[in-house]
Design a protein around this ligand. Structure first.
Ligand SMILES: [Zn+2]
Length: 478
């Protein structure tokens, strides 16, 4: 028997109503009752990376491959790990060398390797998309690849599958996109007056103008000056320009900022030192200066959040573009980012000494280092009024990852120092499935506490509502 023929393809695509609940009958019954009351609540998606152009232009998507596969680095990182090249998957190369452009062929490659996703959250999300969004009832396999591709493309061409129609169908109350500090926000501007301007909002992500490691840092800071009319060659003008951009983003719906830093380091330098550091960074920063400057800017941004009320998200710990060959050929966000160990207790101390006691401040911490949940993050968030914990993130946005998060933080931080779920995704069609996984896992965790008489069932119902809906709206001021 060849290796290929070992791969069974079960024919029926079905989603079990009890999926992700505990196998224990008592816990499963409780989880069913909890879930029944919250499963249809509106989706609040306060952090993510969908393309605002979709909602602004409201055009039909072209085809299954460019919507479902090409934006999803979870998908092609797995295929790449098994020897499929990114060229075969149609990922554009920076040097213009030709890559596969036959979308049907790419979809066939995906179908032929769909078994690779067994046991991964991607498999659950994709099966939910096929079943719930497109109404498919057969499993994806080489034999059904054409059926899937044609069925999905035909659906995508209809009115019901235009982006705004799907916002309604998915019951998305609000969705935040993420834009860099220099973005003109023209897509969000186009939404004004359409009734969608409060449903599709932006997020202020200033990494491009605070990360002096970037080759384009000085040019970006100069551009920041041009679009704000401030002299960003000096420290005070630069800070004022950032305040102006924050106000511009708020005018386009933003209630939050986001900071994707390699570490959680913060700094609180005396004014003269901050001025001198900024001047050095504009000339081309050393690695140490760039790290110190990013840290100083987190503290500055916390101060601005106190002024203007924006929630601040800190996403540290991704070692970006670990695979230099892939980065050179294809650029960032190609599935080659790898989590790094991250330290929070010492790193956040300068910021927390200055602003940690401010109850009006909302700082949401994320991690890719699960060893910090119980040791660092839960104790910090369980003490400082300014801190909350974001949900299990990225590699840990998974059934097991979410359970580990709840098991390790709840006893110290409680539920109310957490912020509900966010999907953090580019894969728009998978948003209902991702939120459904989070809802099921939270109900599963709560059901265990009820079954062990650590929580009353009426409290668990209230918590299920809060974790699904209320805490996200509160933390992001939506
Ligand atoms: Zn994100």
């Amino acid at each position: 028997m060849s290796a290929e023929s070992n791969i069974a393809s079960s024919k029926v695509l079905a989603l079990h109503p009890d999926r992700l609940f505990a196998a224990d009958p008592l816990q499963r019954d409780i989880a069913r009752r909890l879930y029944a009351r919250i499963k249809d609540l509106p989706i609040v998606s306060p952090h993510g990376h969908t393309d605002p152009r979709w909602f602004a232009d409201n055009q039909n998507w072209d085809n299954a491959t460019s919507l479902l596969l090409l934006p999803d680095h979870y998908v092609f990182r797995m295929l790449y790990s098994q020897g499929i090249t990114l060229e075969q998957l149609g990922i554009r190369r920076r040097d213009g060398v030709a890559v596969e452009t036959d979308y049907r062929k790419i979809f066939h490659i995906f179908a032929a390797h769909y078994h690779l996703f067994r046991g991964t959250p991607s498999r659950m999300w994709l099966d939910s998309v096929f079943h719930d969004v497109f109404g498919l009832r057969e499993s994806l396999s080489p034999a059904t690849a054409d059926l899937f591709y044609d069925h999905i493309n035909a659906a995508l061409a209809t009115e019901a599958f235009k982006p705004r129609a799907l916002l309604d169908r998915f019951n998305i109350e609000v969705i935040a996109t993420t834009e860099g500090a220099l973005n003109d926000l023209k897509h969000h501007a186009k939404l004004k007056g359409t009734g969608f301007e409060k449903r599709v909002i932006t997020t202020f992500r200033p990494d491009d103008v605070v990360d002096a490691d970037r080759a384009d840092f000085a040019a970006n800071v100069q551009k920041l000056g041009e679009i704000t009319g401030e002299d960003t060659s000096n420290w005070q003008g630069y800070l004022q320009a950032l305040r102006i951009r924050r106000a511009f983003f708020r005018d386009h719906g933003a209630t939050a900022t986001d900071h994707g830093h390699p570490t959680a380091n913060t700094a609180d330098l005396p004014l003269v030192e901050a001025e001198a550091l900024f001047a050095r960074c504009l000339k081309g920063a050393s690695a140490a200066d760039a790290e110190l400057f990013r840290g100083q800017m987190l503290t500055e941004m916390a101060g601005m959040s106190l002024e203007d009320g924006m929630t601040m998200q800190i996403h540290p710990g991704a070692h970006r573009n670990h695979n230099a060959v892939i980065f050179e050929r294809f650029g960032p966000d190609k599935g080659a980012d790898i989590p790094s160990p991250t330290e929070y207790v010492q790193a956040l101390k300068p910021l927390l000494q200055k602003y940690g006691n401010e109850a009006r401040l909302n700082i949401i911490l994320f991690t890719l280092d699960e060893t910090t949940y119980a040791r660092e993050l839960a104790p910090l968030a369980g003490h400082y009024p300014a801190l909350k914990l974001g949900p299990a993130w990225w590699f840990h946005d998974s059934p097991e990852g979410m359970l580990r998060f709840r098991h390790q933080v709840t006893e110290t931080a409680g539920f109310y120092n957490t912020c509900g779920f966010n999907d953090d995704t580019r894969a728009f069609l998978s948003i209902p499935a991702r939120h459904d996984v989070a809802r099921r896992i939270d109900c599963r965790f709560l059901a265990q506490l009820v079954a062990e008489h650590r929580l009353n069932e009426d409290e668990a119902h209230e918590l299920a509502y809060d974790l699904t809906y209320r805490l996200a709206k509160q933390a992001y001021q939506l």
